[in-house]
Design a binder for this molecule. Structure first.
Ligand SMILES: NC(=O)c1ccc[n+]([C@@H]2O[C@H](COP(=O)([O-])OP(=O)(O)OC[C@H]3O[C@@H](n4cnc5c(N)ncnc54)[C@H](OP(=O)(O)O)[C@@H]3O)[C@@H](O)[C@H]2O)c1
Length: 241
């Protein structure tokens, strides 16, 4: 049996983009998947398409109690949880001087608190079983900062640091940072500044498709228990950042 066969994998932000691609990739590799996001109708359609090994529940990652209930529902459905992929994220970019405080807060809530809520929901079970794997989707923005992306990059630097801390504190739990470069998804569709929205369209002209990131996630998951892939950075070959 492969390392992936029957593994129970939870994926947040599975209703589009990288999360949806990861669901397809891992389901194809034999994993059992419990998937979450706020848009339940999209999750339902994906689960119906992929069959009994994919189950879904609506999830708002910013709500700690909801995340605990999500993990409990996955355990009830599949008997255990082996992997959590904290993939949900938002990127409403803007210059700091625009003072879009609500958008700063939303990025911090989803991108940082969402990841921490996920870690808190699975960590006690992983420690009790002395086994488990947390995969956090960061970004090339965890390694560089660009104008208009100060807060977004700040959240991704935080995801990088939190994941590295988790690795250092636990030698029975695997932790992986997946850092995508520009990828063609719905991320940033909610940018409210017209100039920044136009700039994003230009960046996206040299973009990966989400299946490239899904394959990196699969690579980390299918290693044997004693092998921990700590970070994978995936950029379009033609990208200069
Ligand atoms: N695309 C890129 O160029 C790129 C580059 C580097 C890093 N990333 C990272 O990759 C991850 C996935 O993004 P993507 O590119 O695939 O974008 P996407 O297509 O917009 O997907 C984002 C996902 O996050 C979910 N989400 C947002 N807020 C949520 C919340 N409060 N609770 C639960 N789920 C929530 C969305 O689902 P609902 O709206 O249904 O809740 C959606 O499924 C993000 O962490 C992003 O920062 C992307």
């Amino acid at each position: 049996m492969s390392e992936m066969e029957n593994k129970v994998v939870l994926i947040t932000g599975a209703s589009s983009g990288i999360g949806e691609a990861a669901v397809r990739e891992l389901a194809g590799a034999g994993a059992r998947l419990f998937i979450g996001a706020r848009r339940g109708e999209r999750l339902k359609a994906l689960a119906e398409e992929l069959g009994d090994n994919v189950a879904w529940r609506e999830l708002d990652v910013t709500d700690a109690a909801d995340f605990d209930a999500f993990v409990a529902a996955a355990e009830a459905r599949f008997g255990r949880v082996d992997v959590l992929v904290n993939n949900a994220g938002v990127m409403p970019l803007s210059p700091l001087a625009a003072l879009k405080r609500d958008e700063w807060k939303r990025m911090i809530d989803v991108n940082i608190h969402g990841v921490l809520n996920g870690i808190a929901a699975v960590l006690p079970g992983f420690l009790a079983r002395k086994s488990g794997h947390v995969v956090n989707v960061a970004s090339v923005g965890a390694h560089l900062v660009l104008p208009t992306a100060a807060v977004y990059c700040g959240t991704k630097y935080a995801v990088w640091a939190i994941t590295e801390g988790l690795r250092q504190e636990h030698d029975e739990i695997r932790s992986t940072i997946i850092s995508p470069g520009v990828t063609a998804t719905e991320l940033g569709d909610d940018i409210s500044d017209p100039q920044v929205a136009t700039a994003l369209k230009e960046w996206r002209q040299k973009a990966l498709t989400p299946d490239a990131i899904a394959r990196a996630i699969r690579y980390a998951l299918e290693q044997p228990e004693g092998v921990d892939i700590n970070e994978v950075i995936v950029r379009p070959t033609a990208a200069n950042m």
